[in-house]
Every structure is written in structure tokens, then in C-alpha cells.
Design a protein around this ligand. Structure first.
Ligand code: FDA
Length: 319
């Protein structure tokens, strides 16, 4: 089973930042075929095909245009254009919201919109995010601002607070492995607040984050309880059966209906379980990434699960 103390995890998360390895792996055909397990394609048509299938099967979706840590504002322009075009495609789907829940969402990363560029990076990211939020509003879609490494948390929560003044449905992500998160959950559990709770996918130092799986899982359950007992809309992002069960029982205890919270999982991970939860009448949102900048995302998935890594290494050596 996965553990945050998995010995390969720090190496893989460090490798996720290696440009040399990225160049090498991106050229390999084998990598590309493995990547397709987690990413339906690089082009908008490919992701929209996957979205169509998921919606038809009763899922809600959140699409992420892959990219992070840019070094030029023009890269952010490309990301904004990709989201605007995707949201145009959403409009053509005409999927109405049910019980106030939009089945269509986009997930954005502020680092891909300019957040860490020197000078006015944060202001640029806010402007870019606003453009995406306006396009999403026209399409009847929600927007979620993803969480990245802990050095960005304050800046991200600040930008989300600004965005919510004009677009109150904008959601963000809290990472249970950070020591600060239980307090952030209390702050952000109010009415109208949508919070995705995840364990956290980055390599973080012990000063700011729990390191062992048991500590992270316990922190997740504490945070989940705060969100479920609050007045907001909790979004439970996890593939962990214990967490999914706890979410359902905390929701029952808090008197929430299946429309007052949702479960979220990543494309390609536990797909049968995702369908089973849809069958139980829960709101199940599948996070679907697309685009050619898949390297960091793919490496974080390998780091999460030794079985994914073994599968990958076996294919590289041809057995
Ligand atoms: P974990 O990886 O601890 O797995 C626990 C158990 O789940 C396993 O023991 C197994 O039983 C089951 N399981 C997991 N993977 C499986 C597989 N492939 N096949 C079968 N069983 C499996 N992170 C972040 O830092 N910022 C963000 O914005 C987001 N956003 C986000 C959105 C969504 C929708 C999801 C699902 C996740 C994220 N994450 C994220 C990633 C998150 O932080 C975390 O790294 C992964 O979800 C892995 O943690 P799990 O909670 O899934 O459990």
C-alpha cells in the first residue's frame, strides 16, 4: 500500500522537478503510452471525448490544463487561451446544474498563470484567473484553484479571496499534510465556501508538514470533520477507501444529503470504484488533466504509489 514514507517518494518528487529527466522521458514512446493511463490526451478534442464519456456515465468533471512553474508571461497567455477554448466547448455541452451543483468545472494552477514571476506575478495571476472565471461563468461551470507547494499557500489563499468577491463559487484546495490546514479548514468552512480536501502531493519539510502516512491520514480525518460540520460544500479528494467511508459517515452525522458534498478522484485511478460511487447516488467528480506539459503531474502519480512505479519500470526494461 502507498505510504508517505515510501522510500522512493522523495526521489520521485525531486525527479518531478528535473528538466533533464523530463526531456529524456518525454521522448520515450513507452512513457507516452503509460501516461495515457492518467491523461486522456494532449489535445482539447481528446479531453472533451473523455469528458463526454464521464458525463454520460453520471460523473461530474473537473478539467486541468497541465502546466506549472512558468518563466514567461506569454506561457500564461497560452494557458488562459486553452481554458477559454475549453470553456467554449463546455458551453456546447449544455449540461444544466442540478441541486445547485455544476457538473462542469475547471481546475487551475496559479503558478501556470504567472504567480511566481518576479515583479507583479501575483497581480498577473489574479488577472488571468479572473479571465478564466468570467468564461466559466458564461459556461455555467465552476472554477477550482489547485494547491501547490507550501511556499505558495498564503499567496494562493489571498488570490482566491480576491476572486471570490466577484465569483463567489470559486473553490480552492487544502492539503491535510500541512500543519496549518486544520486552522484553514475552520476559517474556510463557512456558507458558500467550496473546499477540496486532499492529502497533499508535494515534497514538504517536516517543519510544515506531517511526514508519515498515519499522521497524514489522521490529520485528513480531523480536517474532514471540520468541513463536514461547517456550512460550506466539502469536496473529498481521495482514492483511500477509509477516507471515502469516513466522508459518508461524517456527512450522515452532520445531516448532509448526497448533494451537500462530493467525492473526487483522478482520471484513471480506481475507475470501477468511481462508477460504483456514482451508482450509489453520490456526486463523484473526476479530475481530468490534458495538455503536453504532463511530466510533473505524471511523476507525482508515480510517487504516490509504488505499484504505478513498478509497472512503469517494468515497461521500460521490456518485461
Ligand atoms: P493514498 O495515495 O494515501 O492511497 C490510499 C489508498 O487508496 C491506498 O492504500 C489504496 O487502497 C487506494 N488507492 C490509491 N491509489 C490507488 C490506485 N491507483 N489503485 C487502487 N487503489 C488505490 N494534491 C495537491 O497537492 N494539490 C491539489 O490541488 C490536488 N488536487 C487533487 C484533486 C483530486 C481530485 C485528487 C483525487 C487528488 C488531488 N491531489 C492534489 C493529490 C492528493 O494530494 C494525493 O496526492 C493523492 O490523491 C493520493 O492520496 P489519496 O488520498 O488518494 O490516498
Amino acid at each position: 500500500a502507498f505510504t508517505l514514507s515510501n522510500p522512493a517518494r522523495p526521489v520521485l518528487l525531486a525527479a518531478a522537478r528535473s528538466e533533464r529527466l523530463e526531456r529524456m522521458l518525454s521522448r520515450s514512446k513507452i512513457t507516452r503510452s503509460l501516461v495515457s493511463r492518467f491523461i486522456p490526451g494532449e489535445a482539447e478534442e481528446a479531453v472533451m471525448e473523455a469528458v463526454g464519456r464521464l458525463l454520460a456515465a453520471g460523473h461530474a468533471i473537473s478539467v486541468d490544463y497541465l502546466g506549472e512553474d512558468i518563466s514567461h508571461p506569454e506561457e500564461a497567455d497560452r494557458t488562459v487561451a486553452a481554458y477559454v477554448s475549453l470553456l467554449e466547448a463546455y458551453r456546447r455541452l449544455e449540461v444544466p446544474a442540478t441541486d445547485g451543483v455544476s457538473r462542469l468545472e475547471v481546475s487551475i494552477k496559479l503558478s501556470a498563470l504567472g504567480q511566481s514571476l518576479p515583479g507583479d506575478g501575483e497581480a498577473l495571476a489574479l488577472r488571468n484567473a479572473r479571465t478564466i472565471c468570467a468564461a466559466a461563468e458564461t459556461a455555467g461551470a465552476w472554477v477550482n484553484v489547485d494547491a501547490e507547494d507550501h511556499t505558495t499557500t498564503d499567496s494562493t489563499l489571498g488570490i482566491v479571496r480576491e476572486l471570490r468577491k466577484d465569483f463567489p463559487s470559486v473553490a480552492t484546495v487544502l492539503q491535510a499534510y500541512l500543519h496549518r490546514t486544520e486552522a484553514d479548514c475552520r476559517d474556510l468552512a463557512g456558507a458558500g465556501s467550496r473546499i477540496r480536501l486532499c492529502k497533499g502531493a508535494y515534497k514538504e519539510p517536516a517543519e510544515v508538514a506531517f511526514q508519515g502516512k498515519e499522521d497524514v491520514d489522521a490529520a485528513y480525518l480531523r480536517c474532514l470533520k471540520v468541513l463536514m460540520e461547517g456550512d460550506g460544500y466539502p469536496m473529498v479528494a481521495s482514492h483511500d477507501p477509509r477516507i471515502i467511508e469516513a466522508a459518508q459517515s461524517y456527512a450522515r452525522e452532520a445531516g448532509r444529503s448526497p448533494h451537500d458534498f462530493e467525492i473526487q478522484m483522478l482520471y484513471g485511478i480506481r475507475p470501477e470504484e468511481q462508477d460504483r460511487l456514482v451508482g450509489e447516488g453520490l456526486t463523484m467528480r473526476t479530475y481530468v488533466p490534458f495538455g503536453d506539459d504532463w511530466y510533473g503531474y505524471f511523476m507525482r502519480r508515480l510517487a504516490e504509489r509504488p505499484a504505478n512505479l513498478v509497472f512503469f519500470l517494468r515497461s521500460l526494461v521490456g518485461r
